[in-house]
Design a protein around this ligand. Structure first.
Ligand code: NAD
Length: 487
């Protein structure tokens, strides 16, 4: 299979995807390829009326198809067929993903697309296996908890893994019997549109998966504030998550799950395996140029191992070679946009101005496209912006500690609590510290999500509300009804 492609040669899906068909609108937002800066296409912005059209289509499709009332195995089979088509068309999807995102096309085929199909199958399996609950009630009565779909789920996704994020939202919602209106990021619309097209081709009734394009303040707000949206599922920044909470509070309370930002610590003890830890620290910040929510961007190392680790990381950080996302061999990823690259550099320069030492990197690559050098920053205090801010780039801070308590204090972030990495050979210490680390996920002697989709993901503190993946994500797409019958 040849992965490489010409970015201007792709046939791009055009318009919103509503009720199983493309709906055109005035092209308003320019979509650029971060690998080259070229304009790849334009997208329309769905206003309140267009969002309403999508919500109405979703409601009508639910009623006409009887989706929620189908035999659960029929929903399951439809989702498996969707996963089949996604796998069969992996290259087309991956190219549409790669052209304007930071995902190298080869990785999108073997990683993003393959994992998304796998996760759709994972959620499909819940359709006929998760029911309600018969509960103990007083003699002469019969009590149970029924679980029912919400109706129409409004989903909003970020740009950093467009296919996966869409899959995380759509698959559990459909498996549970809902319809979806989803807005992908305005920077990465194409692959999500094509996924929705494949859903219809797979026999999922038209109108159950609707994609509206546009920005956050117009289209996103129209979704979260629409009275016909029964539940909101959001992944993105903590700032946008707060704006969504505010809009929901203003326009009518509805349930929401929010997967938000992170600033995850990598806590390394002297007894850690040096080779394995170096690999994990590298994997924790360099893939996708650090643009992933669970990036291990704060490296916190016990003094005895610090020099050896800093030296190894320095040479690892010097290695990556950028390449356009459409190159045959995956290269180091671009930063999603020039404004985001300038933001990253701004934080790095502010960190330096506050006394930090840039061990390696600290500038953009001298070439076409938005590429930033892997950057390792030492000599930071707790209030340094490189420590406090989610940078969302290939930038990690390096701090040292002596005692376990000091290490834990550094690991604790005042705002975020998405993930934490812990590296030690001492099993007792590992077990104790997994309890004390303030994070929704703790990885010990490894870093990054696995294919164990049963493990939910979601943050503590300002990193989120509720979970994606796992049984929890399926449950989050149903509401319960308590029933008590006197007999
Ligand atoms: P973002 O918040 O800027 O945008 C995310 C999505 O929200 C986009 O589709 C955007 O158009 C929309 N949006 C923005 N403002 C909105 C508003 N007021 N109302 C409704 N929608 C709005 O985030 P991003 O830059 O696309 O993605 C990066 C962020 O996402 C990082 O903070 C990262 O940590 C987070 N993220 C979290 C997870 C997780 O699982 N916790 C996963 C991936 C990304």
């Amino acid at each position: 299979m040849t992965f490489a492609f010409d970015p201007l040669s792709l046939t791009l899906p055009q318009g919103h995807f509503i009720d199983g068909a493309y709906v055109q609108g005035r092209p308003q937002i320019e979509v650029r390829a971060p690998s080259s800066g070229q304009v790849i296409g334009h997208i329309p912005v769905a206003d309140a009326a267009m969002v309403d059209r999508a919500v109405t289509a979703a409601r009508q499709a639910l009623a006409a198809s009887g989706w929620a009332g189908l035999h659960p195995r029929d929903r399951l089979r439809a989702l498996h067929r969707w996963a089949d088509l996604i796998e069969a068309d992996a290259l087309t999807l991956a190219r549409l993903e790669a052209v304007c995102s930071s995902r190298p096309v080869a990785q999108a085929v073997t990683g993003d697309v393959a994992v998304t199909a796998d996760q759709i199958r994972f959620f499909a399996e819940f359709a006929d296996k998760e029911g309600g609950d018969l509960v103990p009630t007083a003699e002469g009565s019969f009590g149970y908890i029924a679980a029912e779909p919400y109706g129409v789920v409004g989903a909003i996704a970020p740009w950093n893994f467009p296919i996966s994020m869409a899959g995380w939202k759509i698959a559990p919602a459909l498996a549970a019997g809902n319809a979806v209106v989803l807005k992908p990021s305005e920077m990465t619309p194409w692959s999500t549109l094509y996924m929705a097209e494949l859903a219809v081709r797979a026999g999922i009734p038209a109108g159950l998966v609707n994609i509206v394009l546009g920005d956050g303040p117009t289209t996103g707000a129209a979704i979260t504030g629409h009275p016909g949206i029964d539940k909101v599922s959001f992944t993105g920044s903590t700032r946008a998550g707060a704006a969504i909470m505010e809009n929901i509070a203003r326009t009518g309370i509805k349930p929401m799950t929010l997967e938000l930002g992170g600033k995850s610590p990598m806590l390394v003890f002297d007894d850690a395996d040096l080779d394995m830890t170096t690999d994990c620290l590298e994997r924790g910040i360099l893939p996708n140029a650090g643009q992933f929510c669970v990036a291990g961007s704060r490296i916190i190392v016990q003094r005895g191992i610090a020099d050896a680790l800093a030296e190894r990381l320095g040479s690892r950080f010097a290695k990556p070679r950028p390449a356009p996302t459409w190159a045959e061999e995956p290269g180091f990823s671009p930063i999603i946009s020039e404004p985001q690259l300038r933001r990253i550099d701004g934080i790095v320069q502010a960190a330096r101005a506050q006394g930090a030492e840039i061990l390696t990197g600290g500038a953009r690559f001298d070439r076409k496209g938005s590429f930033y050098r892997p950057t390792l920053i030492a000599g930071v205090t707790a209030d340094n912006p490189a420590v406090t801010e989610e940078i969302f780039g290939p930038v990690a801070t390096f701090q040292t500690f002596d005692t376990e308590d000091e290490g834990l204090a550094l690991a604790r972030h005042p705002t975020y609590g998405l993930c934490a990495g812990l590296f030690t050979r001492d099993l007792s210490r590992a077990l104790c510290l997994t309890r004390r680390l303030e994070a929704g996920t703790v990885w010990v002697n490894r870093y990054g999500r696995s294919r164990d989709h049963i493990l939910p993901t979601g943050g503590w503190k300002a990193s989120g509300l509720g979970k994606d993946l796992g049984r929890e994500a399926f449950a989050a797409n149903r509401r319960t009804k308590s029933v008590l019958i006197d007999i």
